[in-house]
Design a protein around this ligand. Structure first.
Ligand code: AMP
Ligand code: ZN
Length: 483
């Protein structure tokens, strides 16, 4: 597989420390609110990446943290803890908020066919490991204590800015408008490894440490969690592009200073989902969630399809019109798959192998998912039998996760049920969901209407309505469905 590595700024063959095995880490959500569909764009693309690596035959160990402490409202160590902000907003405890939004996150993931990582670790569950790592950094001379907090000393590094060619002056915390300079820091880029009560008195969760009662910085959690579950050599680190600086930059600083050797081979950053007025963000308060899409009648997998139509390294603009188009195309695609006849002969192994090769050339080239979708449409046009086409689609979908074959089978069943339940009486066709009692009532109403017995027709319509049945009158008959 070829993958763009944001640390080297190049697309190159993906290599791992141990051949055939991938140690993969993903920055998990900060669970102070629902995940918005921008966050979920990142997780969808990371999920496709994981599935593709497995498709290529790699054995993958994927780890994700849950940020339930230490992520401040400003990424440069200023502001209050985001979890505390969430707890205040909802008059709940921090742990109640964390539990609620962690569950909500995984419910959303399920709806979007995002696989749960092999290990999911809430930050609050690993405080002793964070403390041990901070102690190690102090021992190695990469950290110092000032004003009650422990800071990472970035001046000890040969190279700090890994991802972008930043203008140093732009990154100086103190010169950015509205950001208060922390006078404890020896260098402007230094960051907090451990906060003590001396700085944020109202922090809800605190632990004892060699430096006093306090709580960890956000960055240390990812370094320590990855070290515990992925080991000393990480092959692939994922996250949204906003996390590249300072979060990932600081993770590299801490991990490499602690380990004394290069840490992570490849960095995969997903670019943002934007709305017309900029990046979708939780802190703005109003944002789109999976539940909201469902309330508006969208299939969550139509959103996954929408994300897959674009490359992960391009900003994706969300509009309702764009989502409508994606949902329309997704439904049409399912209908085309449903039109294939399963069990129509044997699947042709040679065709399947050739198609797999084509799919690998597409998706294996820096995760080009839109070409992966093109491969799906091309497979539908192959001059081969339906059994082969279905086998090819099933194979591609193990990576794309669009439930193409499953949804098509369901559609076939529903269509067959509707067709089988078509009842005729006195030239009136009744089509419904296979309930003879309802069919009879619908037919009786249509006959009463035809006999101009409107009172009876209305009475039956009201009874059906009360039972949750919606009617559509057509020239040739009536269609009913449960609502
Ligand atoms: P958070 O819950 O804020 O810690 O973010 C969870 C993940 O979503 C991180 O990998 C972020 O980089 C990513 N992210 C945040 N906003 C967006 C966005 N608008 N589009 C895509 N990814 C995002
Ligand atoms: Zn992280």
């Amino acid at each position: 597989m070829f993958l763009y590595n944001s640390a080297t700024h190049k697309k190159a063959p993906f290599e791992t420390h141990t051949p055939g095995h991938v140690e993969m880490y993903t920055c998990g959500p900060t669970v102070y609110h629902f995940a918005h569909i921008g966050n979920l764009r990142s997780y969808i693309m990371e999920d496709v990446l994981e599935k593709y690596l497995r498709y290529e035959g790699y054995d993958v160990n994927r780890v994700m943290n849950i940020t339930d402490v230490g992520h401040l409202t400003g990424d440069s160590d200023e502001g209050e803890d985001k979890m505390l902000k969430g707890a205040r907003r909802e008059h709940k405890t921090v742990m109640e908020i964390a539990r609620y939004y962690t569950d909500a996150f995984f419910d959303d993931c399920k709806k979007l066919n995002i696989k749960r990582p092999d290990t999911v670790q809430p930050a609050t569950g690993l405080i002793p490991e964070f403390i041990a790592m901070v102690e190690g950094l102090l021992e190695r001379g990469y950290a110092y204590v000032a004003g009650g907090n422990v800071y990472f000393d970035t001046s000890r590094l040969q190279r700090y800015h890994i991802f972008f060619d930043h203008d140093e002056a732009d990154l100086q915390v103190g010169v950015r408008e509205g950001v208060e300079e922390d006078t404890n820091k020896r260098n402007k880029n230094d960051f907090v490894l451990w906060f003590t009560k001396s700085k944020f008195e109202d922090q809800a969760l605190k632990w004892d440490s060699p430096w006093g009662v306090g709580y960890p910085g956000w960055h240390i959690e990812c370094s320590a969690i990855s070290l515990k579950y992925n080991g000393e050599y990480l092959d692939l680190h994922c996250g949204g592009i906003d996390n590249a600086f300072p979060h990932h930059t600081n993770e590299i600083a801490q991990s490499e200073a602690y380990l004394g050797h290069p840490w992570c081979g490849c960095w995969f950053h997903v670019h943002h989902l934007n709305t017309g007025d900029g990046k979708m963000s939780k802190s703005k308060g109003e944002f789109l969630t999976v539940s909201l899409l469902e309330e508006r009648g969208y299939d969550p997998l139509a959103y996954r399809f929408f994300c897959l139509q674009s490359h992960y390294r391009k900003t994706l603009v969300f509009t309702w019109e764009n989502l409508d188009n994606a949902q329309g195309a997704y439904k049409k695609l399912i209908a085309r798959v449903a039109a294939l006849v399963p069990g129509d002969g044997e699947a042709d192994g040679a065709v399947l192998a050739a198609q797999r090769e084509k799919f690998r050339n597409a998706v294996g080239n820096d995760l080009n998912t839109s070409l992966g979708i093109t491969a799906v449409y091309d497979a539908l046009k192959l001059p081969t039998n339906d059994a082969t086409k279905l086998a090819v689609l099933e194979d591609f979908d193990s990576v794309l996760g669009l439930d193409l074959v499953k949804k098509a089978a369901r559609k076939r069943e529903e269509d067959a049920k509707m067709a089988a339940s078509a009842k005729t009486g006195a030239g009136i066709t009744v089509t419904g969901e296979g309930d003879p009692e309802i069919d009879a009532l619908v037919l009786a109403r249509a006959q009463a209407k035809r006999a101009k017995n409107f009172a009876e027709a209305d009475r039956i319509r009201d009874e059906l309505k009360a039972r949750g049945i919606e009617l559509t009158d057509l020239a040739a008959g009536v269609i009913w469905k449960r609502i």
